[in-house]
Design a protein around this ligand. Structure first.
Ligand SMILES: *[C@@H]1O[C@H](CO)[C@@H](O)[C@H](O)[C@H]1NC(C)=O
Ligand SMILES: *[C@@H]1O[C@H](CO)[C@@H](O)[C@H](O)[C@H]1NC(C)=O
Ligand SMILES: *[C@@H]1O[C@H](CO)[C@@H](O)[C@H](O)[C@H]1NC(C)=O
Length: 336
């Protein structure tokens, strides 16, 4: 009994923590893509995303960061952005030079070279945040930044050892990265979440419709369920038979519509004639806990059912009329 209040508090904290985390689930990711065709030609481009929304762009052809959304400046002042831009300009120049030097020094590296860098952070309630920094070389993860220093990835080639040693010897760079990741990034993201709140948290209800596609298997049919116009992106779509999930449901990629909402198609291959009782279920945060259900049978025979019902009603009315008429005639006959 003595532990019950503690336990309740723990459960409450977990549930509360979860809903908080869900509400603020907007990781900020910066992507750097560098392509080196040869020793004299290279380019470095950058992109940034908050959750599923692109917020910034930095082309090789430009010295300035482009703000994709009206709220992409967040709560940073003009001076703060100027300062950040200068840091990135210096970084881009020295990064390009460093890679070119590396190719000269390490005999096993040859052009063309692709380097990708993914870095960013996610903020939580309170002052908590997490950050990440990963680098891929020729498509393989080679290093990450953890805490205060660079670490070699397990699958990295042996020459990375000396690169990491050099990088970790440069205290200025380490401090700059640490500050960008653990101070600047969360501060920027809090500002973006506030400034972009109406767009990030907008709720748009999905529309849905069914259609029949061609199945690759002979004697099979492909049932298609299209769900479109929803926001935010997370959505649950499943083909069901009664209450039973059809695990063979194939989900496509969630694709963007031009208006900032999303589209998803879920298909199910069934043997021809086995469509009876199947329905497409859609769950989405905008539906307030309700499930949208589209019956395959309903789609197929809704017109048939309605005319059937109408026919039955007409028959009942007609027989009623005939019955009454006959009874009336009879009563007249009785009188006559
Ligand atoms: C480097 O690559 C670029 C683009 O592929 C090409 O136009 C250029 O001629 C190349 N330069 C050398 C020195 O190979
Ligand atoms: C990328 O930018 C650098 C620096 O401005 C420039 O020297 C280089 O030619 C550019 N690369 C391409 C492919 O345009
Ligand atoms: C939140 O973190 C920042 C930087 O890490 C710090 O300056 C600030 O004082 C913290 N605020 C609170 C309420 O802990």
């Amino acid at each position: 009994m003595r532990y019950l209040p503690c336990l309740l508090l723990w459960v409450f904290a977990r549930v509360w923590g979860q809903s908080e985390a869900q509400r603020e689930n907007f990781p900020f990711r910066c992507l750097q893509i560098s392509s080196f065709a040869n020793s004299s030609c290279s380019r470095t481009d950058g992109l940034a995303w908050l959750g599923d929304v692109q917020t910034h762009r930095w082309s090789n052809d430009s010295d300035t960061i482009s703000f994709v959304k009206p709220w992409s400046r967040g709560k940073f002042s003009h001076q703060q952005w100027e300062k950040l831009q200068r840091v990135f300009q210096v970084y881009r120049t020295s990064f390009t030079r460093d890679i070119q030097e590396l190719v000269k020094m390490v005999s096993v590296i040859h052009y063309p070279i692709e380097v990708q860098l993914s870095a960013g952070c996610e903020v939580y309630s309170g002052n908590a945040s997490e950050n990440f920094f990963h680098v891929a070389f020729q498509g393989e993860c080679v290093l990450s930044f953890q805490g205060t220093s660079f670490q070699k990835a397990p699958e990295a080639p042996p020459w990375m050892e000396s690169v990491i040693k050099v990088l970790n010897g440069d205290q200025g760079t380490r401090e700059t990265i640490q500050q960008l990741l653990s101070d600047t990034c969360p501060q920027l993201v809090r500002g973006l979440l506030e400034a972009g709140k109406p767009e990030l948290e907008k709720q748009e209800k999905p529309g849905a419709w069914l259609s029949k596609g061609v199945s690759p298997k002979p004697g099979h049919e492909q049932l298609q369920c299209h769900v479109s116009g929803f926001h935010p992106k997370p959505v649950w779509v499943m083909w069901m038979k009664g209450e039973l999930e059809q695990k063979r449901t194939q989900r496509g990629d969630i694709l963007p519509n031009a208006d900032g909402t999303w589209y998803l198609r879920a298909t199910l291959d069934v043997e021809a004639g086995e469509e009876a009782g199947l329905a497409c279920w859609v769950k989405h945060s905008s539906l307030g806990g309700q499930v949208m259900i589209l019956d395959w049978g309903g789609r197929q025979s809704s017109v048939g059912v309605i005319s059937g019902v109408v026919a039955v009603i007409v028959v009942i009315i007609l027989s009623c009329l005939v019955f009454c008429y006959v009874r009336k005639r009879r009563s007249y006959q009785d009188i006559l």
